[in-house]
Design a protein around this ligand. Structure first.
Ligand code: 13P
Ligand code: SF4
Length: 327
């Protein structure tokens, strides 16, 4: 038996023994997606976490995702195999407290053109716009969700904004997703200045270059990309939205404007079609931290338990539930 087969075998045995379910985000490494019971986008995984029958959830994703699973299923033990797998964008907003300035992304050639003025907090923003409900992208900490009125994902942000009675809404933390929502609603969207360093690095020139290299391909882009990039896309949607779009389309070639982990499922589910990354360096280092070894270690040692305290969990769940009620 090869080393990988041995690892897979051990994971499978422990999964049965511990009544565990492995959830994987679409951006995870190929082999992690392969061992998972469910692979999906943020919305699908939130729904799954709340309905699944098991004792243990191993969440192959980033910290806020495991927190969401713990919020929705407090009776289950939730493990995040790599405890340091965070989302820099989620950490760009805090409820209150000390000022923090986002400086750079170590190890990256491309740095954001932007340094966040983090002298504001979510509470400051709420004070500045009294009465405006807060829509929190799921890419936020549990504490931020607890201070928000409703959550949204990249798949349902417009629906969520439209579901609110107020004419003015605060959208946090992704400025690009907020601008996308603004483009698709008549309500006034007040955006926070956060961004995803993986998606925000894409420029119009990247699109022109990719289109020149693949003239017959359709461009799918994630709403975390900049507005000027989304303007050039044929379809703007979440990761699973891209899977549905490419699967249903009669076109054969697609440029993929999101983290390259999605390419694995796109190619697997559409072996006759061709997929090209919009940029080869659209890689989320945090999503790639989880390996088969870390999944096995987590299952064996039951380490990296994510447990949201009740005083945060209850209000955060309210915000997630309000989102999940929207069809
Ligand atoms: P979804 O399209 O799955 O919502 O994910 C985007 C993302 O960046 C999650 O971190
Ligand atoms: Fe966060 Fe972007 Fe990575 Fe998603 S891809 S986890 S938004 S840094």
């Amino acid at each position: 038996m090869s080393r990988t087969e041995g690892l897979l075998d051990e994971i499978r045995k422990l999964k049965v023994e511990k009544r565990a379910v492995i959830l994987s985000h679409n951006y995870q490494r190929d082999e992690v997606q392969e061992i998972a019971d469910y692979v999906g986008d943020s919305l699908e995984l939130s729904r799954k976490a709340s309905t699944i029958d098991c004792d243990l959830i191993v969440f192959c994703g980033v910290h806020f995702m495991a927190e969401s699973a713990s919020i929705l299923s407090p009776e289950k033990t939730v493990l995040l195999p790599e405890p340091d797998a965070g989302c820099p964008m989620a950490d760009m907003i805090r409820v209150s407290g000390a000022r923090e300035v986002w400086k750079s992304f170590p190890g990256y050639d491309v740095q954001p053109a932007f340094v966040l003025p983090h002298e504001f907090t979510l509470r400051d923003m709420k004070e500045r716009y009294p009465g405006a409900p807060v829509v929190a992208y799921v890419n936020t900490t549990a504490a931020v969700k607890a201070e928000s009125d409703i959550c949204c994902t990249s798949a349902n942000v417009v629906k969520v904004v439209e579901s609110l009675s107020s004419e003015r809404v605060i959208c946090i933390p992704d400025r690009n997703l907020s601008m996308w929502a603004q483009k698709n609603t008549k309500k006034q969207v007040i955006a926070w200045d956060g961004f995803c360093h993986v998606h925000d690095r894409v420029t119009r020139d990247d699109v022109f270059k990719a289109r020149k290299e693949h003239p017959g391909a359709l461009l799918m882009a994630h709403p975390e990309c900049r507005p000027e990039v989304l303007e050039l896309a044929d379809h703007v949607t979440s990761t699973s939205g891209m899977l549905r779009f490419a699967g249903a389309s009669d076109r054969m070639e697609f440029i993929v404007g999101t983290e390259i982990g999605l390419m694995y499922r796109l190619r697997k589910e559409n072996p006759e079609k061709l997929f090209y990354p919009l940029r080869k360096d659209m890689i989320c280092p945090n999503m790639k931290k989880t390996t088969l070894q870390s999944v096995l270690r987590a299952l064996k040692e039951m380490r990296s338990v994510i447990k949201v305290p009740e005083e945060i969990r209850v209000p955060a769940k309210r915000a997630l539930d309000r989102m999940l009620e929207i069809k």
